[in-house]
Design a protein around this ligand. Structure first.
Ligand code: ADP
Ligand code: MG
Length: 376
């Protein structure tokens, strides 16, 4: 598809209705397979037209939540309400939900145009309207010249654009996508992330987007839910989840985190001192009120590295054990005197100090960049 990011879909006369997306309310929805609870009772509201992403490790229940929504999975309890109506008894094909999966799932014996026309035919749309809508959908995914081809004559990225057009062509109130870009290589993925985001703005369906790639979720979604072991642990924007992780799991799933279990907190002046595992002491922490099991989280970019000895709070000596450089970011792994290994990272520029493995260095940070989080 090339790397041109210009919005090439036309401001066409048949512009999709921007108000078709519907609100989804999950009310105590839950799924157990025998004794195994794949999804714990979950309450969640996704706003009409929202682009909502779900991330989490393999087996955390993402596909189960989508399957319950689409109707492939029967709930063990609870209800799903779309646009104010329970979809409980409604079979999958009547739920008005478009779907895109990781493995294209196009009809291989049908042409691109026939694939896109299929859901319209199923709904009894007139041949004339089918023709117009398919042509518009093809233009929107920039595949007009491929209308007569079979999917096997398209690249992976093109096939996913056909799948997207087929899912969106009948203006579903909800589009669900389960790792739709996971099978594609990185450059293609980034181009398609941008396209899907633009198409969402145009089509107006509510989107529920599952990915195991946090960067993808951050690039595309208004809000992200992070799942673990069958439950949603936290919901927020990418920035909120990163800067205010609710617990250790969220802190370490999103980006890197240096985590130190707190053994004892002590008030000092207006702040507090955290005595951490391995004899590490962190001074000047603002919030002294933490539960029994808390830890300090310091993001790698909140640490600085220097060859110069520093004798003050929140600075520790250590030895560089490894370094990497990638895309303008230099990373150092430093073993502190306590034995703990911390990760420090920084954007590289001409004046910035960068160390090599084996060097003695000092690592320092501001107490205000220390997050106190639940260690559970
Ligand atoms: P994810 O999409 O996050 O990887 P899934 O929703 O597919 O996770 O699975 C959640 C849990 O439910 C996993 O432990 C999985 O093994 C289990 N599970 C999913 N589908 C079934 C099934 N049909 N029968 C039994 N267990 C299942
Ligand atoms: Mg899955």
């Amino acid at each position: 598809m090339g790397m041109s990011f210009s919005p090439t879909w036309s401001g066409d006369r048949n512009a999709m209705n921007p108000a078709i997306g519907k609100r989804i309310d999950y009310r105590g929805i839950t799924k157990a397979y025998g004794k195994h609870v794949a999804l714990k009772p979950t309450d969640l509201t996704i706003e009409a037209g929202e682009f909502f992403a779900i991330i989490g490790p393999s087996g955390s229940g993402k596909t189960t939540l989508l399957g319950l929504t689409a109707g492939f999975v029967a709930p063990s309890g609870g209800d799903i309400v779309i646009g104010g109506h329970s979809i409980g008894g409604i079979p999958p094909f009547k739920r008005n939900i478009g779907m895109v999966f990781q493995n294209y799932s196009l009809f291989l014996h049908k042409t691109v145009a026939e694939n896109i026309a299929f859901p319209l035919k199923m709904r009894g749309t007139s041949p004339q309207e089918i023709e117009t809508r398919v042509a518009d959908a093809l233009a929107q995914v920039r595949l007009s010249e491929f209308a007569g081809r079979l999917p096997s004559a398209l690249s992976g990225g093109q096939q996913q654009r056909v799948a997207f057009a087929r899912a969106a062509v009948y203006n579903p109130s909800l589009l669900i996508m389960d790792e739709p870009l996971s099978a594609l290589d990185k450059n293609l993925r980034e181009g398609l992330q941008f396209e899907i985001k633009q198409l969402h703005a145009k089509f107006g369906s509510t989107v529920l987007y599952v990915t195991h790639d946090q960067g993808e979720a951050a690039a595309m979604a208004n809000r992200i839910a992070i799942m673990n072991a069958g439950e949603i642990v936290q919901i927020g924007s990418a920035r909120e989840l990163y800067s205010k992780p609710r617990n250790r799991f969220v802190a370490s799933f999103l980006g890197s985190a240096n985590l130190f279990a707190i053994e004892k907190m002590e008030r000092r002046g207006s702040g507090a001192v955290a005595h951490c595992a391995g004899g590490l002491t962190i001074n000047g922490i603002l919030s002294g009120d933490v539960g029994a099991k808390a830890c300090v989280c310091i993001r790698p970019e909140a640490m600085t590295i220097t060859p110069v000895r520093i004798d003050r709070d929140n600075a520790l000596e250590g030895e560089v054990i490894d370094t990497t450089f990638s895309n303008g970011i230099q990373r150092h792994w430093v073993r502190l005197g306590t034995g703990a290994v911390v990760e420090q990272q920084q954007h590289i520029n001409r004046d910035r100090y960068a160390a090599s493995a084996g060097q003695r260095v000092f690592i320092e940070w501001n107490a205000s960049d220390c997050l106190i989080i639940n260690a559970e």
